[in-house]
Design a protein around this ligand. Structure first.
Ligand SMILES: NC(=O)c1ccc[n+]([C@@H]2O[C@H](COP(=O)([O-])OP(=O)(O)OC[C@H]3O[C@@H](n4cnc5c(N)ncnc54)[C@H](O)[C@@H]3O)[C@@H](O)[C@H]2O)c1
Length: 366
């Protein structure tokens, strides 16, 4: 299979900025091997075979601009490729219904457009845009806590036959009822909540698995994350975090031989430190017991650019969603969701998930 992939974007924030600037980085540096992806070409699709054909946002300084301009608009802060050297594109950012997308902490920074249109009016315009642009895969990078907005976009995908990649912890691909709707319509969905390349989740899962594989018992563990972008600012609103906590905690719990009691595990985004920008710091501790019930513990500090971390994964998710679409496979793409997402409908160990992805790409079944 080969060809191009026509992608629509929901939420033109830092993650998308990193994705698009990263693709441009590799275009300018063709001698460099592409770091992190499963393969340069997945069933024929390379990273330069992606066309971003439409975008959707609520920011008054993003709606109406081209995607390549909007990715640099405040409060976005990814600046890997100078804005004035970015290739010009025609693809526009269109208005999205705000619904529950903008939380109390970020509304001064995002400044939502003052809309005169209802969500239903916008739905009609959006469906038209998706059809006119020939969008095949829609990727959602909405803010955490956008439960209603995520359902809106999942329904748009079902109505238009567009594959859905849900990068946030609002459960669609991992929700039985939504998964069934996608299956019945023959529309692929990959989700939920992207698992960074070398992020807090994968490091925590891997070390927890190591402790159990070496026969020790884990008794307590925590993971604290801080960062300085709008994603972290938004997550100061505790009410928006319910599904994020479930997603992050279950991702670790699923790797343990014995589940930890609620009081013995804490996994969460924990605070906003403005000067960190897109740098995320993760502090993790595991306590356990080994031979003769002797205690041990470990602590890890991870410092990472959160946007590079996410883009290196979504570039595969987009291509895997298109492969499923080409093959007419509807419903959750299980290997891709298990490998790339924190909260898939079916959790696997990370090596098993990667092997299942390889088999899926090679079309050997999972
Ligand atoms: N490593 C990672 O960065 C990572 C990992 C897992 C999940 N995520 C999730 O990805 C999401 C995006 O992260 P980000 O850093 O790009 O966030 P961001 O705050 O930079 O961008 C969010 C964008 O969504 C827009 N928006 C808000 N409400 C909207 C609506 N109703 N419709 C359309 N657009 C709307 C905002 O205007 C903004 O442009 C977050 O939920 C984050 O938690 C990121």
């Amino acid at each position: 299979m080969s060809g191009r992939i026509r992608v629509g974007l929901v939420g033109i924030g830092n993650c998308f900025s990193g994705l698009i600037q990263g693709i441009e980085y590799y275009r300018r540096n063709p001698e460099q091997s592409i770091i992190g992806i499963i393969h340069d070409r997945l069933a024929g699709y390379g990273i330069h075979d992606i066309d971003f054909v439409c975008g959707f946002d609520v920011g008054e300084n993003k709606v109406g601009r081209t995607i390549n301009e909007a990715i640099y608009a405040h409060p976005n802060m990814v600046d890997w490729i100078p804005a004035d050297t970015m290739p010009k594109t025609d693809a526009l950012v269109h208005e999205s219904p705000a619904l529950d997308g903008v939380g109390i902490w970020v509304e001064n920074r995002i400044k939502p457009i003052r809309s005169t249109k209802t969500a239903e009016q916008l739905r009609g315009e959006i469906v038209r845009t998706i059809r006119e642009t020939g969008t095949q895969v829609l990727v959602s990078y909405l803010p955490v806590g956008s439960e209603e907005a995520t359902k809106f976009w999942a329904q748009v995908c079902l109505d238009t036959g567009t594959a859905f990649v849900n990068c946030i912890p609002s459960f669609i691909a991992s929700d039985k009822a939504w998964a069934e709707r996608f299956r019945q319509k023959g529309v692929p969905v990959i989700g939920d909540d992207i698992k960074g390349q070398v992020g807090a989740t994968i490091v925590h899962r891997t070390l927890a698995r190591l402790c159990n594989d070496r026969g020790t018992r884990i008794t307590k563990t925590y993971q604290i994350n801080v960062g300085g972008n709008t994603d972290f600012l938004n997550m100061k609103e505790q009410e928006r975090l319910v599904s994020k906590r479930i997603s992050k905690t279950e991702s670790v719990q699923s790797q343990l031989d014995e589940r930890l009691g609620d009081d013995n595990i804490y996994v969460g985004p924990s605070d906003f430190i403005p000067f960190l920008g897109n740098t995320k710091l993760m502090f993790m501790r595991i306590e356990g017991r080994q031979w003769a019930n002797i205690p041990y513990n470990m602590e890890v500090r991870l410092e990472v650019d959160d946007k590079a971390n996410s883009a290196g994964i979504v570039i595969d998710a987009i291509r895997l969603a298109k492969i499923a679409l080409d093959r007419g496979e509807g419903g959750p793409v299980i290997p891709a969701s298990a490998y790339l997402m924190k909260h898939p409908i079916k959790q696997m160990s990370d090596p098993d998930a990667k092997a299942a992805c390889e088999r899926f790409v090679a079309s050997e079944g999972v």
